[in-house]
Design a binder for this molecule. Structure first.
Ligand SMILES: [Cu+2]
Length: 127
């Protein structure tokens, strides 16, 4: 694969403050998306990108979302307070939820939706 043109990947900055996930974008172009996650909270958080057509409520199991029952497109291991992490994921057009799934956080903070839109001139998946 040869990527020469700039702008082939989109960057989204995500900041954790307390339990809240605060991405700087709620819409992204399909393709390669780089998530830069900064943890400004007092405790560790991980970061998941889950593809779902459901409302933000996802299937739960013991205070966490059941990761085996959802489509986890990307995941970062827990990030310590004051630290950061980075993940580069391939996102197809669709609806996603950004969330933390450590320590029962999802049940108190829920997640935030991210809409991934087809890039103009790029063929979407055909069924
Ligand atoms: Cu968390």
């Amino acid at each position: 694969m040869n990527r020469t043109a700039e702008g082939d990947s989109a960057d989204i900055m995500v900041v954790y403050k307390g339990m809240a996930v605060e991405p700087d974008a709620r819409v992204a172009p399909a393709g390669t998306v780089r998530f830069v996650v900064i943890n400004e909270a007092d405790g560790p958080h991980n970061f998941l990108v889950v593809r779902t057509e459901r409302p933000v409520e996802l299937p739960m199991s013991g205070g966490h979302i059941d990761e085996s029952a959802v489509d986890v497109t990307g995941k970062l291991e827990p990030i310590a307070p004051g630290d950061g992490g980075e993940g580069v994921f391939e996102l197809d057009p669709g609806r996603y939820v950004l969330l933390c799934n450590t320590g029962g956080h999802y049940s108190v903070s829920t997640g935030l939706e991210l809409t991934v839109q087809p890039v103009h001139g790029q063929e979407g998946e055909r069924v």
